[in-house]
Design a protein around this ligand. Sequence first.
Ligand code: GDP
Length: 456
Amino acid sequence: MVDTICAISSATGEAGIGIVRMSGPLSIEIAEKIFRSKRNISLTDIKNRFLSYGHIVDGNRVIDEVLIVKMLKPYTYTREDLVEIYCHGGIISVRKILNLIIDKGARLAEKGEFTKRAFLNGRLDLSQAEAVIDLIKAKTDSSYEQSVKQLEGRLTGLISLIREKIMAMISLIVANIDFPEDEIVEAQYESLLEDAFEVKDDLFKLISGSDRGRLIRDGINTVILGKPNVGKSSLLNAMLKYERAIVTDIPGTTRDIIEDYINLDGILLKITDTAGIRETDDKVEQIGVERAKKSIEDADLIIALLDPSQPFNDDDREIIKLLDNKKALILLNKSDLKRKVSDEEIKDLLKDKKYMSVSILDGSIEEIENKIVEMFFQGQIVGKEDFYVNNLRHVRALKGAYSSMESVIDGIKRQEFLDLIEVDLRQALNELGLITGETSTEDILDKVFKEFCIGK
Ligand code: GDP
């Protein structure tokens, strides 16, 4: 028999309500043992999906006053019998109820196990399950909207269209292998080639949108560079202050996450090098060119700060050198002060690189933020209807399928045996199946669900 699992599904900490959830064949039976309804009706007799008021009890001892709901399979999140208990928030009550449930025969759920069951029982495909975690972790409206679309099955739909096209090609091939009439085959090669190009095109479109998708989901990996005293901390603090003003009225938002992420009008900046935030008072901090080099390897954006109110030096030159072939925003800060470098010196340092003159202290923040938005999304973040593949695992599978389709096209052009072409087509199908989970291995599932929190 499948285990019955349980977990605290609400966030830890003080809160109005805490939720304990149970899923599996023993859920109702266990809940029955620990719940006393106010009106003395047994849980079995309480209607499906109706909230009921009462107490959780351990023998004669009352643990908490609760609302409880049973949801009978198959129309539940996990497709199994499910019970949810709404008790008082905080740490103790939920834990006591959880322990009691474990005593009665359930086991603590692993990370993401409820959603994993939803997947294994066919309620969601793997990409939808991944959307659940993205939805929980979303930090901007656009990343949230992208995950809602993925959860609704947008990606599933796109993938299944492509799979159908490949399947149709395979049927054609199978039919031709059975009736190997030369002239039919000749004509079919042409039609296969057309279909193969179409599939490759579809895949290309999905892959090429994925950079944008990743930026929306994970944020723009940003590194701020500049020698000491040019205004790095001032820039960070100014952007963070703006962010804090927005998020402080959202209850339950944790500070430490915010400090790594800045939400610019719906665009997420992920500041990877937060040294600037933590060492605001450390004026002797050296640039550490080596460290800088390392952090910019994975950067999507480098913000390089210069201070032309002081003469440029070798540190500045080193930094500018690091920007070659990188997406960079060069800021000449402190424009409110008198310049100590000439136009020639600027040109000599920056060559043809574009820059912006700003004063971080004197109100340039908005202008800087607008520039970043423009650099990445041409000023427009995401259309309401747009959907972008945003998950690295999906992109990898799409690229795998793409390269199989290249082999298919190659094979058709060389009029290879049809069954060889079929092998590549099946490989493409296989890759696409990794996205939806049809061809996923236990390994992949483990990795995906490890990302979840317990209780989801
Ligand atoms: P960091 O060492 O690069 O992090 O630089 P800080 O952000 O600590 O700034 C160094 C000094 O420059 C501080 O005294 C800031 O107040 C000052 N500063 C930063 N931006 C500006 C600016 O736009 N104008 C002027 N006048 N001073 C600035």
